[in-house]
Design a protein around this ligand. Structure first.
Ligand code: ADP
Length: 352
């Protein structure tokens, strides 16, 4: 029986190894042995994968599953082919909840990645292909509405105005999609400048002051003047704030309040846009940064669900991370981090 079990275990596609409390491999699947060198008796710390030892240590010390947060899957070449793995370390607990070992699971996500790439390729091609004809449609509408080719009666003008609105919306969606593909393919070129958090936030506030006033929403910025400078691509960070602030305005009723803050910690400056609006149900929080995701059940939303996906790509292209805290009816608080100039040389910011 043991032999059969070992064979079944061996043929699992994922790389799995059971490690003792000392970090030594006890048993491992065939792929764990060949791809990652996790042979019985080998110490995880002796392998050239620093993240692996970290995960095992975290799982052991904290007695719960450990992942590589926010990182891309690990790439390995297997017989000349690239494969991708998503690692996880799960502690083995005894009755007293003491850790007696760790199971290291390296899930093979190569196929998922390939499917994702195909999907992105389709989106990219389709948006490129739609762009040119849409440009001529918009041009034609523009000429007609300008009565360059003859006078319009009222009904005709009305129809054309609504055609213009729809084609403008389509243009916006395509623009966002093209933007998104540029970031996803790593083709977006970034131009970093050192700027003080305060001036970044003040510019953002200025750009929506009028709109907030018109909607009866108070805008409040609280950024200490002495925060360390951060690396920013000015236009793109303007885009990030533009998206977060227009979302906050959209979802906050008159009398509400939007606050912009920034604070420094040992590695980053964290910016935050908080509102007192309708909020986002907790169940959807993990998905709001996904492309095309929109909170279900909201009738009069016109967006395509790309705004926050772009925010995430831009922030990550700056080397930062995004976050959100909210709950139904509790307002929403979106935050992102940017690199401190004093801790991060420019060349390094630009390379990664
Ligand atoms: P879009 O570009 O269509 O506006 P986003 O990606 O910006 O989409 O937003 C995704 C979803 O998150 C939307 O359904 C929107 O309703 C919700 N959302 C975003 N920001 C807020 C906010 N500040 N308060 C409440 N809901 C929000």
């Amino acid at each position: 029986i043991q032999r059969a079990t070992q064979q079944a275990f061996d043929s699992l596609p994922d790389a799995i190894a059971v490690v003792d409390t000392e970090g030594r491999v006890e048993v491992a699947t065939e792929s764990a042995r060949t791809v990652f060198g996790l042979k019985p008796g080998v110490s995880v710390g002796d392998l050239p994968f620093g993240w692996m030892a970290d995960l095992v240590r975290d799982a052991r010390q904290e007695s719960r599953a450990a992942f590589l947060e926010g990182q891309r899957p690990i790439q390995q070449f297997v017989r000349g082919e690239e494969r991708y793995y998503r690692p996880e370390a799960v502690p083995i607990l005894d009755n007293e909840r003491l850790t007696t070992g760790v199971i290291l699971v390296l899930k093979d996500v190569t196929q998922l990645r390939q499917q994702d790439e195909i999907k992105r390729g389709v989106v990219r091609t389709v948006s490129h292909q739609l762009n040119t004809p849409l440009t001529s449609v918009r041009m034609a509408i523009h000429l007609l509405l300008g009565e360059k080719v003859g006078a319009l009666n009222e009904k005709q003008a009305e129809l054309l105005v609504s055609a213009r609105e729809d084609s403008d919306r389509l243009h916006e969606i395509l623009d966002s999609l093209l933007d998104l593909s540029r970031f996803e393919s790593g083709k977006a070129r970034m131009e970093f400048r050192a700027l003080s958090p305060r001036s970044i936030v003040m510019d953002a506030v200025e750009s929506v002051r009028r709109e907030a006033q018109d909607r009866g929403v108070t805008l409040h910025a609280d950024v200490p003047p002495d925060l360390p400078e951060v690396w920013v691509d000015t236009t793109r960070i303007g885009h990030v704030f533009g998206n977060l602030l227009s979302n906050a305005l959209k979802h906050t009723s008159p009398g509400g309040r939007i606050a912009l803050t920034a604070e420094a910690d040992e590695a980053w400056v964290r910016f935050r846009v908080s509102d007192t609006g309708e909020g986002i149900p907790a169940a959807f929080l993990s998905r709001v940064f996904e492309p095309f995701f929109r909170v279900p059940g909201r009738q009069n939303e016109t967006g395509a669900g790309l705004g926050l996906a772009i925010v995430k790509e831009i922030v990550e292209a700056h080397g930062g991370t995004v976050g959100v805290e909210s709950g139904e009816g509790k307002g929403a608080s979106f935050s992102f981090t940017l690199r401190r100039v004093d801790l991060f040389p420019k060349e390094k910011a630009e390379r990664s």
